[in-house]
Design a protein around this ligand. Sequence first.
Ligand code: SF4
Length: 309
Amino acid sequence: MQIFLARTQGFCAGVARAIEIVERALKSYGTPLYVFHEIVHNTSVVNSFISRGVIFVDNITSVPEGSRIIFSAHGVSPAILNEASKKKLETMDATCPLVTKVHQEAVQFSNSNIDVILIGHKGHEEVVGTSGYVKPELLHIVSHADDIAKLDIPPHKKVAFITQTTLSVDDTRELILKLRAKFPRLTGPMRDDICYATQNRQDAIKELAKICAPDGMIIICGSSNSSNSNRLREKGEQLGVPSIIVDHAKDLDLNLLKNRNNIGISSGASVPRHLVDEIVNKICTAFPDTKLNTFDNPEENIIFPLPRI
Ligand code: SF4
């Protein structure tokens, strides 16, 4: 058996920054320290902070007045910022700068009174946060082609689109083409708002799929609520390679790997490297002749600056 580790995988710059903000806040201020939503969508990262006293909350109501709170990498709406301000919370913002860029686009279109079509998964924390930057009467959330057909906006109107950062690059391109066909005056970012990390990880899966098809398998290390991890698994499947998502090595059923030659392994943008190493070790222990192959990672130097803490 051969294992091929995806060229780009694991922590993106936005996740690394968000985790470092919590680390530094813990060091500088100790507990109690609140984080609004999971700081990133990874069970292991969240549990590790919980074990050190960090309290994760999904609403501001439960946070005592004057407490210190960090907003997660997915970003929050202005309504949450207002609530935090009313409760005199000490806030720190771990929103990924690439999500903040989408918020700015949302504000710009909304302030120009242009209907805004937000392409993304309804209910995902990033989409909920971004939605808050658009006047409610101008906001339309689109997840599938069917949603476009149902849009009740006159075709001659100028409309704008923005996107969640962690979508399928290929599916989003299709949706934007459909929007352009329906709304000739469609405006938006140059291409979409899908971030470099999502793009690179999906490209790396395409590379793995060529190696692993037709009788191999792709394993994505990631949590079930991680949007970008789910998109990686879907991409592997779309390219004809059976693909699974596992949170930890202990969740990997080795029976699935029997009689397969090439196994591709990748991980979502919020997955610590040691979790991937544990999966590799489990496979290599069970199948001792396994050969491990790696590629150069083009993302090594991407870093987002930290706020002052
Ligand atoms: S996946 Fe992209 S948008 Fe999300 S935190 Fe990482 S770099 Fe930022």
